[in-house]
Design a protein around this ligand. Structure first.
Ligand code: GLN
Length: 301
């Protein structure tokens, strides 16, 4: 915008064209859609109004708000943090920089968890590293008889997860616990869970900086980094989960690209499970691992 532009009347259509150029020059891929989402949010109107009311003038304040959101996006801040929301299994999930943005492939984890407890009357399910709470809230919404334990080490993440549970009317069926993986559960919780679900951090430390800038610069490192080989949280979950599972209970974990063989190997080495299988995502990547403990359960270790 030139200095003289402030004196002219700026319409929604003008703003839309300028925003489009700005985002395109910044290398944003989905220019058309992102422009409209950001402008709709800044102007407080539905996206279709941007097209239907292109001649309508915008106030100076609205223009300032719009440019502020657009500049955040050109600095590669993820669209979801700017808009404050991401859709997950049909639910509007609030997100802040304290939590990982829910990914579409994680919806498979919810599907597998629901399948694992299909025959349980009132299943108890733990979601380890709940982040935004997307998994816990989706399970609680889709399986009204379930009690879900949502755990995270980050207090900031738990605050976001609680707000998502409230937003979707599941607050009374999700217990939130601040803890490092499953350490909050002692011997009294042995055999308490029908399923333990987790989308743990799984990126090797040295690969973090090579991720796209939206992820590397803005998403919480704590939700991504998983030691020198990307497997540290799988090793811990495979040790901590079995004693807490009921006989026949399942540990269901999301996997990173190319990790399935290594994690299947870890499952076999643990000796705690009697079956293991993986499920591919839409891109053909082995994305979700389901490991089942034997019908005799696991003796306390
Ligand atoms: N469970 C959350 C999700 O799937 C957070 C995962 C994480 O922080 N690693 O989005």
């Amino acid at each position: 915008m030139s200095a003289g532009a402030a004196a002219e009347t700026v319409t929604i259509g003008d703003l839309r064209r300028q925003a489009w150029d700005l985002l395109r020059d910044a290398g944003i891929v989905n220019v058309a859609r992102e422009t409209d989402w950001l402008l709709a949010s800044a102007l407080g109107v539905p996206s279709h109004a941007l097209i239907l009311e292109g001649e309508r003038p915008v106030s100076a304040l609205q223009a300032v708000q719009a440019w502020s959101l657009l500049r955040r996006r050109t600095a590669r801040e993820p669209l979801q943090y700017i808009l404050g929301t991401q859709e997950f299994r049909g639910l509007d999930i609030a997100v802040t920089p304290d939590v990982l943005i829910p990914r579409p492939e994680t919806e498979l984890l919810v599907e597998e968890a629901l399948r694992a407890v299909a025959d349980c009357a009132e299943p108890a399910i733990a979601d380890v590293g709940t982040g935004s709470g997307c998994i816990a809230v989706a399970i609680a919404c889709e399986r009204p008889g379930a009690t879900v334990y949502a755990l995270d080490l980050s207090g900031g993440a738990l605050a976001v997860a609680r707000s998502n549970a409230t937003r979707h009317g599941t607050r009374d069926r999700i217990r939130f616990i601040q803890a490092d993986l499953l350490e909050a559960f002692g011997g009294e919780s042995a055999g308490a869970f029908d399923a333990i679900v987790s989308n743990p951090p799984y990126i090797a430390e040295q690969e973090l900086d090579a991720l796209q800038p939206e992820v590397a610069r803005y998403e919480p490192r704590m939700a991504l980094a998983a030691g020198p080989d990307g497997l540290v949280f799988y090793r811990r979950l495979l040790r901590e989960a079995p004693p807490l599972l009921k006989p026949g209970g399942r540990l269901i974990m999301e996997l990173g690209f190319g990790q399935s063989e290594a994690v299947i190997q870890l499952v076999r080495q643990s000796g705690a499970f009697d079956s293991v299988e993986c499920r591919k995502d839409a891109a053909g990547i082995e994305r979700v691992l389901v490991a089942r403990v034997g019908a005799g359960g696991v003796r306390g270790s």
